[in-house]
Design a protein around this ligand. Structure first.
Ligand code: MG
Length: 380
């Protein structure tokens, strides 16, 4: 089903320490989570409503993403939502999800339930059952219990057809603005249903909520592999896994020809599905001539971090008859561990010969292969 979305990111978030929509959650700015989730679910357009002066912060938070536009909000949440609705390009019957940026962990499943509910209802919101008993407390003294039958905790997004919610805002006559769109739409005589919410869709209100939300994010393990080979040529030393070894030959290549680092960089890129080392550092680009391959590895590790992921372990095998790798293995592990900010126990370097067979056996070149394990956050 086609749909549009409005994300309200105009609040000051003072209880969470201010500007919580820009703060990182598992490596990604809070507002980015919702924009990515809505785009991945197929939103035709995403309008992000921001406070005056927040455009630069939003641009930074959403850099590299498409499909969104920003508008400036108003003094109240209702005014901000109206500004977001007015900026939509969709037709009057299009479903619109109105969402709070402070609820970043939006799953495909919740979006699908909301859209399905609009087939028969005028509006829908995710609701969570109340499990705890509810009690009134007056000045610290526990008083009467409150019946929790029929109560749900309302989350966002709230879903309506565009015309339904715009008409409700236009018809609102309350002295105060409506607390949310459901209140306005109900007051205008429409029927809203609750669909199953998601505990992960918690609202980030207090500073400690960030740690709780991070703990709720599932992580998936991804594995990548890399392979590289370079030809031997005249020289006096060779770079392998970031360590320079005195040798009577060197490896020939556009950069420093460190096949170990190249294979490992490709393994990390493979784990995150982001192409290969040649895509990121084209050999035709003169700036990488003679480059230290440290920077290729650091770039790949940075891409993992930018996705909120972490490298779990890496394993490199160097394949050659000479030089002897074993005396340098520990230095190589320490160098890789430092470059990737990993404990030594998560970094393995091994070596083998091919018993004089093949191009490595004949001494024509050296080959390296690598495996990397990466954990990436996953919502759906
Ligand atoms: Mg290479």
């Amino acid at each position: 089903m086609q749909f549009s979305a409005v994300i309200v990111a105009a609040g000051s978030g003072s209880r969470a320490g201010g500007g919580k929509q820009w703060r990182p959650l598992a490596g990604r700015p809070v507002v980015r989570w919702s924009v990515e989730a809505l785009a991945a679910a197929g939103a035709d357009e995403v309008i992000v409503v921001i406070a005056p002066g927040a455009q630069a912060a939003l641009d930074a938070a959403l850099s590299g993403l498409g499909g969104w536009r920003a508008v400036t909000g108003g003094a109240t949440r209702a005014a901000s939502v109206r500004a977001g609705l007015a900026a939509l390009a969709c037709g009057p019957d299009q479903p619109v999800l109105i969402h709070d940026a402070a609820r970043p962990l939006l799953s495909d499943e919740v979006i699908a339930r909301l859209l399905a509910a609009l087939e028969t209802a005028d509006g829908a919101l995710p609701g969570l059952a109340v499990a705890d008993s509810l009690r009134k407390v007056d000045d610290g003294a526990v008083g009467d219990s409150v019946a929790r039958d029929g109560l749900v905790r309302a989350q966002t997004p709230q879903a309506f057809r565009r015309t339904t919610v715009e008409a409700a805002h236009a018809a609102w006559t309350g002295a105060e603005p409506p607390t949310d769109e459901a209140e306005a739409v109900r007051a205008n005589g429409a029927r809203i249903v609750a669909v199953a919410g998601d505990p992960r869709l918690m609202k980030l209100t207090y500073p400690e909520d960030f740690a709780m939300a991070e703990a709720l994010i599932a992580r998936r393990t991804h594995v990548g592999m890399g392979f590289d080979a370079h030809r031997w040529g005249p020289g006096g030393s060779v770079w392998l896994c970031g360590v320079e070894i005195a040798h009577d030959q060197t490896l020939i290549g556009h950069s420093d020809a460190d096949a170990g680092l190249h294979a490992l960089t490709d393994a990390i890129l493979g784990a995150i599905g982001d192409g290969d080392i040649g895509d990121h550092f084209p050999p035709t680009d003169p700036q990488w001539k003679g480059a230290s391959s440290d920077r290729f590895l650091a770039h790949a590790a940075g891409l993992v971090a930018a996705r909120g992921g972490r490298i779990v372990n890496v394993d490199v095998t160097l394949i050659c008859e000479r030089p002897k790798v074993k005396p340098h293995r520990q230095a190589m592990r320490e160098r890789l561990a430092a470059l990737l900010d990993l404990p030594l126990s998560a970094v393995s370097v091994k070596a083998t010969t091919t018993e004089a067979m093949g191009f490595t056996g004949r001494g024509e070149g050296l080959a390296a292969q690598a495996v990397a394990t990466v954990e990436l956050p996953a919502i759906s």
